[in-house]
Design a protein around this ligand. Structure first.
Ligand code: BES
Ligand code: MN
Ligand code: ZN
Length: 497
């Protein structure tokens, strides 16, 4: 799917279909009005008769309207004008692309009007253009990579034409940003969807090497020996039950000033989480292939940022391994020494994410980062707290938290702040080591996990995103969402300014 712009009127554009918005009360957007005038009232007549409607989500195809160059006019319901925010705008674009029908190869969108404001050119045009691209690419995303017979090709149009009133550099930039962001989101989804037997730590390491060559990233991949040599006893404890060798992957994108402190993104890359000796129940265990979605978001964000050529320095650090039960696996009660020197009593081998992240967080210190954000499918408790809507955001740093929340809003990639407070640290007390790896069952598990990580993130500004509820969908629509690549990319776009 390609998105291009054309400075053309809705009545004159030569495309298979032109989509125009109408509001719930029958009010027409400017392009809809132009089409109605050219077609001598045919659009209003269709609305009046009830053949077409402005209800949110409604799409109606009208054919061969007199005075309109395109053979089809798709009437897209925008709902109440007063409620038309950017999220509703994205929905309308999605409905238009989905509703276009199998015969439509090029779909023209009078999309930049869909803001509730009648002005065609407005400050949000760049963001809107970006959003049309990511939405279009979402519609055509496929999950049949490993099917021997491919699913039917999507009926979505091959080209979406954004109608503009004139040349607008912001819109062009928005389109380019949209492609880069969509490429990053698609990569994160694809990696998330790959099964554990394909997307192994070795696979991720090789991907990093390939991506490094393509995008000019400096890449370093540590194997088990290298990880041991770094003193990452906590990380090693998680991998020791698995036949798949672990990888610590470090990718550096240097788009910013030489010597400017980088932002570090640290991703949890458990390529399959069985729980280890603290074995998980069998139901839906397949979904634990998604336990590397934090790592996938690091790969995806680096791709987006590098393709945008953002003037920032970013270090992506991915700790990748499997969590398996076996004769060599760690056991409840085992005590390990982390890279930081702090000792950890592993009371539950299923709380493994924090055990690999803590060493990756210590490793991040060597980059003297301006900020560190770790991303992890860390706790079921976060799903209980926030469901599939918001990612959990944790940070002791109000300014960094606000910056990430602002990025979350402008990316339409929701996050909600939860506390990291010393008052929860008591739960991690151990009689035998510096700390235990779990707290009291049923008591703020997502917060306690963040508090565990906080003990390893004292050398820099730090935030933690728990994406256990947002990184993938279960059920019939099972699949990775690509979140929080939009949030992280917008965060770095903000830093690039
Ligand atoms: N990967 C899981 C977290 C998870 C569970 C994400 C379900 C999404 C859905 C993590 O490694 C884990 O197992 N966490 C445990 C921690 C507990 C033992 C303190 C959990 O949440 O049950
Ligand atoms: Mn686990
Ligand atoms: Zn896990």
């Amino acid at each position: 799917m390609e998105v291009i712009t054309k400075a053309a009127a809705a009545t004159e554009i030569k495309a298979d279909c032109v989509a125009v918005g109408v509001y719930a009360d029958g009010e027409l957007t400017p392009a809809a009005r132009a089409i109605d005038v050219a077609a001598k009232g045919a659009l209003r007549a269709a609305l009046k008769s009830g053949d077409a409607g402005g209800k949110k989500g409604a799409t109606t195809l009208l054919r061969h309207l007199a005075g309109v160059a395109a053979p089809r006019v798709l009437v897209v319901g925008l709902g109440n004008r007063a409620e038309l925010d950017e999220r509703a705008f994205v929905e309308a674009a999605r409905n238009a692309i989905k509703g276009a029908g199998a015969a439509v190869r090029q779909l023209a969108l009078a999309a930049l009007e869909w803001t509730g404001s009648a002005k065609a050119k407005q400050p949000g045009a760049q963001a809107l253009a970006r959003r049309v691209v990511t939405t279009a690419r979402e519609v055509v995303f496929r999950t049949d990579e490993l099917k021997s017979r491919k699913d039917d090709a999507p009926t979505a149009p091959g080209t979406v034409i954004l109608l503009t009133t004139g040349k607008d550099a912001g819109v062009d930039l928005g389109l380019r940003q949209g492609v880069a962001l969509a490429n990053g989101i698609d990569l994160a989804k694809r990696l998330g969807n790959l099964p554990g037997n394909v997307c192994t730590p070795t696979y991720l390491g090789e991907l990093a090497t390939r991506m490094g060559k393509e995008l000019k990233l400096a890449v370093e991949v540590f194997d088990r020996k290298g990880i041991e040599k770094l003193g990452m006893g906590s990380f090693v404890s998680v991998t020791q039950g698995s036949a798949q060798p672990p990888r610590l992957i470090v990718m550096q994108y240097r788009g910013g000033a030489k010597g400017a402190a980088p932002v570090a993104l640290v991703g949890k890359g458990i390529t399959f989480d069985t729980g280890g000796i603290s074995l998980k129940p069998g139901a839906a265990m397949d979904e634990m292939k998604f336990d590397m979605c934090g790592a996938a978001s690091v790969f995806g964000t680096l791709r987006a940022v590098a393709e945008m050529k953002l003037p920032v320095n970013v270090v992506g650090i991915v700790a990748a391994c499997e969590n398996m039960p076996s004769g060599s696996a760690s056991k409840p009660g085992d005590i390990f020494t982390s890279m930081s020197g702090q000792t950890i009593e592993v009371l539950n081998t299923d709380a493994e994410g924090r055990l690999i992240l803590c060493d990756a967080l210590t490793y991040a210190e060597r980059f003297k980062p301006a900020a560190v954000v770790d991303i992890a499918t860390l706790t079921g408790a976060c799903v209980v707290a926030l469901g599939e809507v918001n990612s959990g955001l944790f940070s002791p740093d109000d300014e960094l938290a606000d910056e990430l929340l602002a990025a979350s809003r402008s990316a339409l990639d929701a996050a909600w702040r939860l506390p990291v407070e010393d008052a929860y640290q008591d739960q991690l007390k151990s009689n035998f080591a510096d700390m235990a790896n779990i707290g009291a069952p049923g008591k703020a598990g997502a917060v306690v996990a963040a508090c565990f990580l906080a003990r390893f993130a004292k050398a820099y500004r730090w935030a933690h995103l728990d994406i256990a509820g947002t990184a993938w969908k279960g059920g019939a629509a099972k699949g990775a969402t690509g979140r929080p690549v939009p949030l992280l990319t917008h965060f770095l776009m903000g830093r690039a300014q």
